[in-house]
Design a protein around this ligand. Sequence first.
Ligand SMILES: [Zn+2]
Length: 616
Amino acid sequence: MGRLKEKFENFRFKGILVITLIFAIIAAILLVELSGVHFNYRRHTLDLLPKENVVTKTDACCGLDVNTLLVYTSDNKASADAYVQFDVILADMKIGTRVVDLSFTTVPLLQGYDTVIVLLQDLSYLGNDVLTLCNWVRDEGGNVYFPLTLEQNAYSAVVENKIGMVASFNYSFVNSIYVHSDFMIGGGKAYTVTDAYDSARTVQLNPKTTKVHASLDTENGVPLIWEAEYGTGKFVVNNFGMCDKAYRGFFAASLSLFGDVFAYPVINASTFYLDDFPSQIPEGNSDYITRDFGTTIRDFYINIWWPDMMNLADKYGVKYTGLAIESYDDAVDGTTDAAPDTGTFLNFGNMLLRKGGELGYHGYNHQPLALGNKDYNDIYDYKTWQSTDAMITAFQHLIDFCDELFPDVPMSVYVPPSNLLSDEGRQMLLREFPHIKTLSGIYLPDDVLDFALLQEYEVDENGVVDQPRIISGCDIDDFMTMGAMSELNLHYINNHFTHPDDALDPERGAQLGWKELYKRFDGYMNWLYSSAPELRNLNGTETSAAVQRFVAVTPHINVGTTNMKITIENFYDDAQFLVRFNEKRPDTVVGGRLTSVTGNLYLLDADTDTVTVSFK
Ligand SMILES: [Zn+2]
């Protein structure tokens, strides 16, 4: 009986303990929920590099082994324009290249090179070296790449049968590029060319010596990208005729057809920015919102748009980066009389942070950081700032406002209003607010104003990252689809921004209605993550951290008969590569992980500065 009583007492005591414990856990969860921001914001999967580990692209490229020769001529516009693109493509792919301008000099001896890139439409610039190159391919196992549509003349006639052409007619209008399914990320589909012209030679190829990777409109259309065996070496030919920023991925994919195995570093990030979020919700109604939902803009933002955006975040694992803006006034004298709706600001901001998102700066107001020496040419209804001091005062006000609402939440990303930032504005930001480590403008050219922040993926000596956004809005048009696909293949990146008011603005598809916009945005994400399932969902700062690592690495790649060894100079803690196994098949990996992407293309996630992939 005494034992029983003791047991009961024991149990009663334990029971109370259990109940107390449950309450304590609930209290802890509630606390974490209430202070939400403290729960997630430190969980960066990648942190920015310490300053002493920052390496600029120029420094990283200095250490590359030079195995590639590029010939072009600065006195031909097509060649010179193409070089502008290739200069970046080769630096980003970390292909050590010697560049020869045929307007000054001739093709050097080919000994010691693996690959020659002939950036010419008109091969007469090569003179008799056309034959030297062909013989080098046939006899020495050389690789020659023709990225531009070859002009028909006596010199191209010398190479035509060697690159597999058995017949050639007139030119074809390149409506769309059909990418064969195993060749590129996003392959198995035709991509519309928005600036199309008669840019492709209508050719027939010898099926015995060539392999086609992209063609006009359909799988059996005019060949646009192919490789051709010739003797002991290989040619790769591009016949689509475009050479601007939105097509860079086609060149990267073409280059990767050379060698038994070809590896190049990539960023591996998917980032979605929400411009003007949090911000003041516009008062009143909007035609399209009233039409479709019979509600106010405020109600639409809170009860329809935001829950839908959160659904997408949950469905695809996206971490949004919101760009805070305090006011929509047009004060440019440093006065800051805004009376922000702090409740909404705080709610939206906290929900974003709780989901692993991030907050960045957009501005005190939406007036771009430009002084009186800039002109909006009546394109924008903005004012220029009265002085640098006025810009500083207003920007400091935004920082104070964010610090007050989101204490201890680090903010380091800046996105300029309307993607406009003057040099003076940039210098001011980096000088006065050194905690800003990311400037995010746009990637694809927009030549409306000369101070649009048009960027490459770059890092300066202080570690400040240029991180351009590539596409925008919920209705991704053909031009942006091409750019998105191309960038998956060059940098393995998706970088997108949208605004809460897309659904109100007819220029961004509002007439379609939010339901349709949402459907299209969902369709884009679905395409993205099914094409590139290994893409890392990162917020703005994490993507900058990935850019820092991508820019810093200097890989030395050694492909032998039984394995490939990559030694990575300036490796910090993570490096990502796309690897194409042309003639070999991967077996085991030491120092990283390989994941199949498409066909013989793999993603390599390197954990150490030396990765060895053995072959089957
Ligand atoms: Zn904005």
